[in-house]
Design a protein around this ligand. Structure first.
Ligand code: MG
Length: 460
């Protein structure tokens, strides 16, 4: 039996328990509201509570009143796939969005996928998406067709043309005025919270920033010692503070789970903290992101969790909290409520896979991360002669992410048994992926490459 099936059975049981158990949260009066704030390209080291000098008092307070994760992963090192993982609880390579979408694309998140919003809508939630969608801009793929009652935002990245601002399925501004986006998103969020306060609601706020080109309103521009990037982060922090204050004002504070995270690591500016790599890479800096969750009375205050968690875990966790039925598709995420609620410091879980586009490159199991493949050049750099290709590593590299958070010291020669264990997990897991993804992995493995120095780019 594959691990996916094992997990599905586990999740099914967890969901049933949440629905049936007298002690379950779902059994208590109104199911909780869910607010999910998702930044674009915000790095692991960009917040005060993650070691940055940028002032983020609201997020720091949110972390102090809730929990902060130090080993939380986005679903991918770039935008569209990461969002597919968040909204489906599945690897984007399984959910049909392995690549970044652009305005010329005519595809989006496939209809066969059930989104977090569809799941909660079926449970009676009011749902709204505000900000960057990036899972298809044609009408059938827009948020209003994927479980959201209302949408306000730019349907893809702010560096793509035409840069349109939409309300539901209509363009209301072209080009969208960058400096106004964060305050207008915030205004929409406050309006939605006020209008929905008498029923359970799901607010999904995927901010446009700090993805470039940056924009901050006059109130924040020039105020941070960290340039425009710092101004943008301070405005995102302000926005979060406004949302938390609104929840309090409407008496919703104790029945709302608020989560804050990012879709991938920092691009050209921004800080990955002590982690190696940036956006577009499967080094930790590309995919490990801040994750803060606050739920007064349910999530104990002031804790930091070093357990491994993924954005794919949000869907099954929310399903259990809200008493919603899990989608029929097998999930890759697991219910992390035991970590959020402080019952367990970490959970047993299957190896977490790292994909770059359709290509498997690494896997993390416990504190170990094995690199098995890598592109032959850096992301977002001029391609070498012959093009940018994914190649196997002649000697896979093993890093102990607890001892060595910045993946600087290969311990594969010292720990062959761990290398073997992770390799066999990869082999087993990959069998459950769609043909395109399995084939890409087989083709990578079939390539002959010479041994190169540890940590370098492979060559053919
Ligand atoms: Mg992004």
């Amino acid at each position: 039996m594959t691990t996916v099936l094992d997990r599905r059975r586990f999740l099914g049981a967890a969901g049933a328990a949440a629905l049936a158990g007298p002690s379950s949260l779902a059994a208590q009066s109104k199911p909780p509201n869910i607010v999910l704030i998702y930044c674009d390209d915000l790095g692991y080291g960009d917040l005060g509570c993650y070691g940055s000098g940028i002032r983020t008092p609201n997020l720091d307070r949110m972390a102090a009143e809730g929990i902060r994760f130090t080993h939380f992963y986005s679903g991918n090192p770039v935008c569209s796939p990461s969002r597919a993982a968040l909204l489906t609880g599945r690897y984007p390579t399984r959910a049909g969005v392995p690549r970044v979408l652009n305005p010329k694309d005519t595809t989006g998140l496939p209809d066969s996928e059930v989104t977090l919003a569809q799941m909660l809508k079926a449970r009676g939630y009011a749902t709204m998406c505000i900000g960057k969608w990036h899972l298809g801009h044609l009408p059938q793929y827009l948020p209003t067709n994927r479980g959201f009652d209302e949408y306000f935002g730019i349907p893809y990245s702010n560096d793509m043309d035409p840069r349109v601002l939409m309300h539901n399925t209509e363009v209301i501004e072209n080009p969208a005025v960058l400096e106004t986006l964060t305050p207008r998103y915030t205004q929409q969020a406050l309006r939605f919270i006020e209008n929905s306060k008498d029923r359970p609601f799901f607010l999904y706020l995927p901010h446009t920033y700090p993805h470039i080109p940056l924009g901050a309103s006059e109130r924040f521009r020039g105020k941070s010692p960290f340039g425009l990037y710092g101004d943008v982060i301070e405005e995102l922090d302000w926005s979060t503070g406004e949302i938390l204050a609104a929840l309090k004002r409407h008496g919703l504070d104790n029945n709302t789970l608020v989560m804050f995270s990012s879709d991938n690591g920092p691009w050209y500016q921004g800080s990955p903290g002590k982690l190696r790599g940036r956006k577009g890479m499967t080094w930790e800096g590309g995919q490990r992101v801040p994750f803060i969750a606050r739920f007064p009375g349910r999530i104990p205050k002031g804790r930091t969790c070093a357990g491994v968690a993924s954005v794919m875990d949000i869907l099954p966790t929310v399903a259990r909290l809200c008493g919603a039925s899990l989608p029929p598709n097998p999930l890759d995420g697991i219910d992390i409520w035991p970590m959020l609620s402080g019952q367990k410091p970490e959970l047993d879980r299957e190896a977490l896979l790292y994909f770059d586009n359709v290509h498997l490159q690494c896997a993390r199991w416990k504190q170990w991360k094995l690199h098995v493949a890598r592109h032959n050049s850096a992301a977002y750099s001029p391609a070498p002669q012959g093009g940018r290709v994914n190649l196997p590593l002649a000697q896979p590299e093993l890093y102990d992410l607890v001892q060595d958070p910045d993946e600087s010291y290969d311990v594969a020669p010292e720990r062959p048994e761990i290398v073997k264990e992770i390799r066999s997990r990869i082999d087993r897991l990959m069998q459950g992926f769609p043909e395109e993804i399995r084939k890409a992995w087989e083709q990578t493995q079939a390539k002959k490459v010479p041994v190169r120095p540890v940590g370098s780019y492979p060559v053919q």
